[in-house]
Design a protein around this ligand. Sequence first.
Ligand code: ASP
Length: 312
Amino acid sequence: MARYVVIASSNGSVGMRAAADVLASGGSALDAVEAGCRLVESNPEDHTVGLGGLPNLVGEVELDASITDGRTRATGAVAALKGYEHPISIARRVMERTPHVLLAGEGAARFAGEMGFERAELLTPEAQTEWEGKLRDEDPDLEPGLLRYHEHAARYLHLTRDPEKPAGGTVNFLALDAAGNLACAVSTSGWYFKYPGRVGDSPIVGAGNYADNRYGAAACTGRGELAIRAVTAHSVVMHLTYGLTVRDALRHALEDANSLEDAYGTGLSLLALDPHGDHAGVSNRAGSHYVWMNEETPEPQQEVREVVGAGT
Ligand code: ASP
C-alpha cells in the first residue's frame, strides 16, 4: 500500500509539488488538497479556476468550490462566489466553522469577509479579452454542443447586456495521506458565459466531489449539469462499495452519465483514488490525462485517461 498519493486533473500540475510536500512531511490529505488547489486558483494562466477564470455572461467571475474529508465525510462548499481568490479555503472554513455545508452568492462573500479573507479582482485583462472574443467569434472548431451553448448564451447576453461592461474547466485534487485518510478538493470558475447564478457540479457534494475513507474519493470536470443529474462522484464511490476496481467503478459511473442527453455538450472526465492508493481517470473525450505523485516519485507523473463512450 502506498504511503501517500496525490492525483489531480492536468491543470493541477502547478500545485502537485506543494500537495506532495504536505503529504511527505506527514501532513493531512485535507491540507494537501487545499494547498495544491490554492496554487491553481492563483495561476492567472488558467482560465478555468480562480484568478484569471473566465467570467459569466455579464462579465463577472463567479467561483464554485468544495472540499470533502473522507475521515468524517464532512463537506464545505461555496457557490457563485465573487471577489475572492481562494474559494477552496473559504469552502474549508464553511466545513470547519459553520453548521452548514454550502454557502452561495452574497452569503458566501459575506462569510469570506467575516473570516478575514481579502477581496481580489479576479477578471484579468487576458480573461476579459478572451470573453469578448469568444462572444464575437464564430469558431469553426467548436464542437456542436458548445456551439449551441454559445448561441444560447449570446441570446441571453442580448437581454442582459450592461453597456458599461464589455460585451469550461475545473481543478480536482484527491489525496491519501500516511494515516489512511482521503480528501478531495474541487475549484472552478465554471462554464464561461454561464447565466449569472448558475451553479455547477463542483460545489455539490456527490455530484462533482465525494470522499469516504472506507471506499474511495472521486471528482469530476466537464459539463457539471450532467454530473449533477447523474450524481456522478457519489456514483463512483457507490460502485467501489460493491467491490469494483477503481477503473471499473469509473467506467460504470461515466457510462451512466453518458446515457443522459444534453444539447449543450456532454464532455465529462472523472478521477478516483481508493484507500489502497490505486487511482485512475476516465473521460468521454480522447486525449485527456491527469497527474499524480507518491512517495516514490520526485516529479509529477502523467497518466492517460481511459476513453469511455463519446462526449460532444
Ligand atoms: N464542471 C465545471 C462546471 O460545470 C466546469 C468544467 O469542469 O468544465 O462548472
